[in-house]
Design a protein around this ligand. Structure first.
Ligand SMILES: NC(=O)c1ccc[n+]([C@@H]2O[C@H](COP(=O)([O-])OP(=O)(O)OC[C@H]3O[C@@H](n4cnc5c(N)ncnc54)[C@H](O)[C@@H]3O)[C@@H](O)[C@H]2O)c1
Length: 343
């Protein structure tokens, strides 16, 4: 079996997760090069003498021994790195979102396809075992015709304001995962978006021209709904729940807790808190998505989450932002027209 040589760009929070998963669990692939301008060369080389290291991602992308690149850098750098990877004919795994502009997202998706380069987007939650099972039950008709999907997605605390300023905002940075989850569960497209947003956690978020709390309704092509609530700060930690309601029943995915003990005493019934944040709550999904990325490369399969999925989720995020700004329902067709006019 061919071994896939991978270059990792960006060894921050998410880059470290992928690095560890590939090194420790993915027999079909190996990290052969890493780029990160903030890492001290000598320290990296001491720890990983067999891995090529550079502060410059261009040098790493151009290496002939690299089959695929993982783009785990800040969002603002994704598009240029995708473009360089395509020019160098490297397959790509890119963290969400591809870019904050719709026209560039569309162009990159098309460019990758034309160049015959495989492109996967990091919508890892699709590969969480609980969510995969929920989708399977829906597909098998276990709850009849699905009418409403409800997603609760609340972070344990605000990220640094500097991060928020460069993130593209709550919809593009955080809710984009939930928009993708709604499409994944429903297996159909969103046609309309209505969203409201608030700043209630810290006024610095407003100064950064963002919101920290949001409620979004998605309307699918057959008139069914998804309702998503987001907050950057839940007092009790990382709150990730899903409910799917259909004509024949309901599926609930509750929070994954630190343990499953439930303590009953005179003051009440107590359980552990939810797992702390994405690193532990979605640990299994990050491994699964990397296994599927490598499998698609080794066995020349279609990527499980491609450029079209990236573009749809980005369009929904864009529509949600516009809906808040203009206080109205936004049709995805408006966003489509805007992309075509800009092209
Ligand atoms: N799928 C998920 O659950 C998930 C979770 C967190 C972050 N993300 C996404 O991953 C991306 C990175 O987020 P993060 O939280 O890991 O950020 P981070 O700031 O922790 O890490 C980014 C790293 O990239 C490095 N870097 C910056 N520019 C670079 C360049 N041009 N080439 C190579 N390295 C470069 C930085 O030095 C840093 O070490 C963002 O796009 C974010 O939206 C996805």
């Amino acid at each position: 079996m061919k071994q896939i040589n991978i270059a990792l760009l960006g060894m921050g929070r998410i880059g470290k997760i992928h690095f560890k998963n590939i090194e420790q669990h993915c027999s079909g692939a190996k990290i052969t090069a890493v780029a990160d301008p903030q890492i001290i060369d000598s320290l990296f080389k001491k720890q990983y003498p067999d891995i090529f290291f550079s502060k410059d991602p261009d040098e790493v992308i151009a290496r002939p021994d690299v089959d695929a690149v993982l783009i785990c850098t800040p969002t603002s750098s994704h598009a240029d790195l995708i473009e360089k990877a395509i020019t160098n004919k490297k397959n790509i795994f890119c963290e969400k979102p591809m870019d904050l502009s719709l026209e560039r997202t569309t162009a990159l998706s098309e460019l990758a396809e034309e160049a015959g380069v495989k492109l996967m987007l990091g919508f890892n939650r699709r590969f969480d075992p609980d969510f995969m099972e929920a989708r399977k039950s829906v597909r098998e008709g276990k709850i009849g015709d699905v009418q409403i999907v409800k997603i609760t997605s609340r972070d344990p605390g605000l990220p640094p304001i500097e991060y928020i300023k460069n993130s593209g905002g709550l919809f593009m940075d955080m809710a984009i995962h939930d928009f993708d989850m709604a499409r994944y569960i429903m297996a159909k497209e969103v046609i309309e978006v209505y969203a409201k947003g608030l700043v209630v956690i810290d006024k610095a978020v407003a100064e950064a021209r963002d919101i920290d709390t949001a409620l979004t309704t998605l309307i699918f092509e057959d008139g069914t709904y998804a309702v998503i609530d987001n907050s950057r700060k839940a007092a009790y930690g990382y709150d990730q729940r899903l409910e799917i309601f259909g004509s024949g029943g309901m599926i609930q995915v509750d929070n994954n807790l630190h343990n499953r003990n439930i303590l009953y005493n005179e003051s009440g019934i107590h359980s552990a808190l939810p797992l702390d944040f994405f690193m532990d709550r979605y640990a299994k999904s990050y491994l699964k998505e990397m296994e599927l990325f490598i499998d698609a490369l080794v066995n020349n399969k279609e990527m499980p989450v491609g450029g079209h999925d990236g573009l749809q989720a980005t369009m929904i995020a864009f529509a949600a932002k516009l809906s808040v700004e203009e206080n109205r329902l936004v049709k995805l067709s408006e966003i489509n027209v805007a992309i075509k006019q800009l092209a």
